[in-house]
Write a protein that binds this ligand. Structure first.
Ligand code: UDX
Length: 445
């Protein structure tokens, strides 16, 4: 491994979820890192040791990185151009309004704005999830606009981190993918990831297009696996079979495995839903829409889960939700996160409210985000307060604190002991013993 002095200096452009984690982890590994964002509030927070989102372990690492002197922050792309040997693009690629396509304005914007400051040989590395073909266009854009011209190269290094496990996934990833157009670019990436390569993290070196595709292919596979088991849940519902037992039986087959085979309310978040839609959109543009048309079914099955959960609550409420108090446990799209982007939990809470239910939402970490985005929902300050007088309790995000709820205690404050377990996370037998009616999609009542 090269000494600290010889190590490339790194900039991370975009300090959202992915970028902040990447910048902090690279600094902890001993690289000099400059994190850059257009949002001064975000930069001020990070520079003063505050992580602007919930991610276990990250605040401690941020303090460590700042104390080490390896990490600084800026809003200035000129400073980034001057500082960096390797520039990571970590900006968002959300779904475009009114379309399934990815909105590439931030990726293209940062490349266009950075280029005039690239005056010497450097490598720009895309980490954002993009439609295949983007890297080729960005290469031209960078080289046409940079004073260093073709001395600026582009590589693609997709990021697979899961929220809630971002630090672990960044420091100990399952694999690294280096999409490169030259041996020099590969060498640069090997220097940047030297500490991980020393730990024998598997590396796949490939071309730019394949690297772009790996990410969407991986997320599509995961989404398909979740919708597959949820499709089985629908079949179970029609037959009285039990999807939990079915999933367990499937999981023992090592060819199938048990991960991402958890039935329930389905997937949400800032990645899986928009990535599968953007993939279908891009494949159609390329004339191979038929090859991934099944992803539309994957999406449809997933959306049905939300509506079906509302059906179950309505059924338990006697067919009409008007005026019925419903306790909604969870708002984040998954536990250990305060991210509410495309959160199934909040979709369900809003649908219940639209049908006239009086909902009370509680989440251990996502309350602030939920309140800001959906101020019309009612929020409680804890599980007991949310459940007070509820006719139905519905579990929407499987936080550990919800799994540990004592059904006897909760039974004291509700108006009716009915629980709809949207995440198959509760011990059905234990809740039934405590006098509750337990319902879950794909399980007999
Ligand atoms: C995902 C990918 O896992 C990650 O590799 C990629 O970089 C970004 O997208 P993330 O969005 O953090 O990560 O969440 P993930 O843990 O993958 O969960 C996605 C959703 O699927 C959640 O809403 C979760 O509740 C749901 N899920 C997951 C299920 O419904 N069932 C399962 O068995 C697993």
């Amino acid at each position: 491994m090269s000494s600290t002095e010889q190590r490339p200096r790194i900039t991370v452009l975009g300090t959202g979820y992915l970028g902040a984690t990447h910048a902090i982890c690279m600094a902890v590994l001993g690289y000099d890192v400059l994190g850059v964002d257009t949002d001064p509030a975000k930069i001020d927070a990070l520079a003063s040791g505050q992580v602007p989102f919930f991610e276990p372990g990250l605040p401690e690492l941020l303090r460590k990185a700042l104390d080490s002197g390896h990490l600084s922050f800026s809003t200035d792309l000129a400073e980034a151009g001057e500082f960096g040997d390797v520039h990571f693009i970590c900006v968002g690629t959300p779904q475009k309004a009114g379309s399934d396509a990815a909105d590439l304005r931030y990726v293209e914007g940062v490349a266009r704005d950075l280029a005039p400051f690239l005056r010497r040989r450097c490598l720009v590395v895309g980490k954002s999830t993009v439609p295949v073909g983007t890297a080729a266009r960005l290469t031209t854009l960078l080289q046409d606009n940079a004073p260093a011209g073709t001395d600026v190269e582009l590589a693609w290094n997709p990021e697979f981190l899961r929220e809630g496990y971002a630090v672990e996934d960044t420091l100990h990833p399952d694999r690294l993918v280096f999409g490169v157009a030259s041996a020099w670019a590969q060498e640069c990436l090997e220097e940047v990831f030297a500490p991980l390569l020393a730990e024998e993290v598997p590396v796949v070196v490939t071309d730019l297009a394949t690297a772009e595709l790996v990410k969407v292919a991986a997320n599509s596979f995961l989404a398909t696996k979740i919708s597959y088991i949820n499709a089985m849940a629908e079949v179970c519902e029609a037959t009285g079979a039990d999807v939990q037992d079915l999933a367990r039986a499937l999981s023992h087959d090592s060819r199938i495995g048990g991960r991402f085979l958890q039935p329930g309310l389905g997937f949400g978040g800032g990645c899986l839903p928009k990535d599968i839609r953007a993939f279908v959109h891009r494949a159609e543009e390329l004339g191979v829409g038929r090859s991934v048309a099944f992803l539309r079914q994957v999406d449809a099955i997933n959306k049905r889960r939300r509506a079906r959960t509302v059906d179950l609550v309505r059924e338990e409420a006697g067919g009409d939700l008007r005026g019925v108090r419903v306790c909604c446990l969870g708002a984040a799209f998954k536990p250990n996160s305060d991210d509410i982007r495309d959160a199934p939990a909040l979709d369900v809470a809003r649908m219940l409210q639209q049908e006239g239910a009086v909902v009370s939402v509680y989440d251990p970490e996502a309350m602030e985000n939920a309140r800001r985005t959906y101020p019309d929902l009612q929020y409680a300050s804890g599980v007991m307060e949310a459940a007070e007088g509820a006719a139905v309790v519905v579990l929407l995000t499987e936080w550990e604190v919800f799994r540990e709820i004592d059904p006897w205690l909760l039974g004291q404050v509700v108006a009716g002991r009915t629980v709809v377990d949207g995440r198959h996370a509760l011990d059905a037998a234990g809740w039934r013993t405590a006098g509750w009616t337990y319902r879950a999609l794909g399980r007999a009542s």
